[in-house]
Design a protein around this ligand. Structure first.
Ligand SMILES: Cc1cc2nc3c(=O)[nH]c(=O)nc-3n(C[C@H](O)[C@H](O)[C@H](O)COP(=O)(O)OP(=O)(O)OC[C@H]3O[C@@H](n4cnc5c(N)ncnc54)[C@H](O)[C@@H]3O)c2cc1C
Length: 194
């Protein structure tokens, strides 16, 4: 069954910057402030979370890691972190599921800037092999979130990578512009699309 109507190859990438350190992760809860909400694509918003208490930092984000959001309606849902290397904020992107039983719909309809919520510390069940000489990343739809994180990490490590990103339409493809800019900056010229 064909799920996606378009599939673009985003070309090869060679990064330039030095690596960042990887944090140790334990499974605890933290209080987070909803610092920003942003439209990312049709049906997708990003949520920027910051520590709710002064002087506190989150564990540093690893590419591929996710956190659990403890929503005020009692539901717990997992979301991949999209900003590797950072510890002052976590950024997730959430697709509003048309058949949501209350997780993504709650985030889209009820979550507001200034609210606080409990989140778990990150766990990484999808760790990136940072030693590979070349990485081929494949993402479909909202599955781009951990892949986008990996792409940024590989760019920072100066590794070679290519991305195949499938989406129903460009309008529904989250982070497309950022990825194109990342690819362009990594290569020094526009990516060869095909
Ligand atoms: C590690 C991890 C990372 C994730 N990262 C992201 C991310 O970055 N962005 C993101 O948007 N999502 C991510 N998810 C998915 C996210 O956790 C939620 O599952 C998603 O937001 C849907 O939650 P919901 O409550 O809206 O939908 P739910 O109510 O959980 O429903 C989800 C889907 O399952 C179907 N469904 C419900 N009940 C049944 C049933 N009994 N039988 C069959 N089908 C059923 C529904 O029709 C619906 O289509 C991630 C999940 C994991 C585990």
């Amino acid at each position: 069954m064909a799920v996606f109507t378009s599939c673009k190859r985003l070309g090869d990438m060679q990064g330039v910057s030095p690596p960042s350190t990887v944090s140790a992760m334990t499974s605890k809860h933290m209080k987070a402030l909803v610092f920003n909400l942003r439209y990312e694509a049709q049906g997708v918003i990003s949520v920027e979370l910051r520590p709710a208490e002064d002087g506190v930092e989150f564990p540093r984000v690893e590419a591929g890691a996710h956190i659990d959001l403890h929503l005020s309606n009692g539901l717990i849902r997992s979301y991949s972190l999209t900003n590797p290397g950072e510890s002052r904020r976590y950024v997730i992107a959430v697709l509003k599921d048309k058949n949501s039983r209350g997780g993504s719909s709650h985030i889209h309809e009820q979550l507001r800037i200034g609210q606080t919520l409990q989140i778990s510390t990150p766990r990484n069940h999808f760790a990136l092999d940072e030693t590979a000489s070349h990485s081929v990343l494949v993402a479909g739809g909202i599955g781009i979130t951990p892949i986008y994180s990996m792409l940024q990490r590989l760019r920072d490590l100066g590794r070679s990578a290519e991305l195949i990103y499938c989406a129903r339409s460009r309008a529904e493809a989250a982070y497309l512009e950022s990825i194109e800019a990342l690819m362009t900056s990594a290569q020094g010229h526009p990516p060869p699309w095909r």
